[in-house]
Design a protein around this ligand. Sequence first.
Ligand SMILES: [Ca+2]
Ligand SMILES: [Ca+2]
Length: 194
Amino acid sequence: MNGAVIKYGLIGLAVVAYLGYTSLQGSKPASADLGNVLDRTDYALTNYEVSNADGEVDEAEMEMFTSYLTDVMNAQPVFYADPIGMNLGEDAMFTGYKDANVNGVQDSGEDNIFTVEVDVENERLIATDVSGNSVHHRYSGTGLVTGLLIGRLLSRQSAAGIRRGSFNNRSTTSRSSYSNARSRSRSGGSRSGK
Ligand SMILES: [Ca+2]
Ligand SMILES: [Ca+2]
C-alpha cells in the first residue's frame, strides 16, 4: 500500500519536474501550420479592398492591409493557440509573432512564429517557421488591388536590395505536400482540450 503511494508520488514528482523543464525550454513558440498561414495570406491578398481607387497603394494603405491580414490570421477557427500579431518589414517580409497581450505591438518576450515573403518572380508566397520549415504556394489573386499590393511589396524589396530572382534557389516544400504531411500527423491524435 505504502509502496504504491510512494511509487505514484515519485511519478507525480517526475511529471512536475518534466513540465518545469519544458516550460523553461518554452522560449521557442510552438510551430504554426504553414499551410494555414499561406492560405490566409493568399485570402487577404485576394480579398482586400481599398476604399479609394486612385490606382496606388501608399504606406498608410499598406499598414491597413497588414492590419487586415492580422484579422484574417486570427479569424475563426483559429489555427494557433495564441493570438497572432503581424509586422511588415522594410524588406516586405511579413512576420507573425505571438501577441500575448493582443495590443498589436511586438513587446519583449513576444517571439516570432513565422514569416511570409512574396516571391514575385515565381508568383508565389513563401512561409517559414522558426524551425526553418519553408512552404510555398502560388498566389491566386488576379484583381487590381492584389496587383497593387504585390507591386508595392516588390518596391519595398527593391529598395531593400532584394532582387526579383532572390528566391529562386530557396529550398521549400509545396503547399500540397505540406498539407498532406500535416493532415497525416494531425490524425494521430487530437490536440484539443488544452
Ligand atoms: Ca490609394
Ligand atoms: Ca503585444
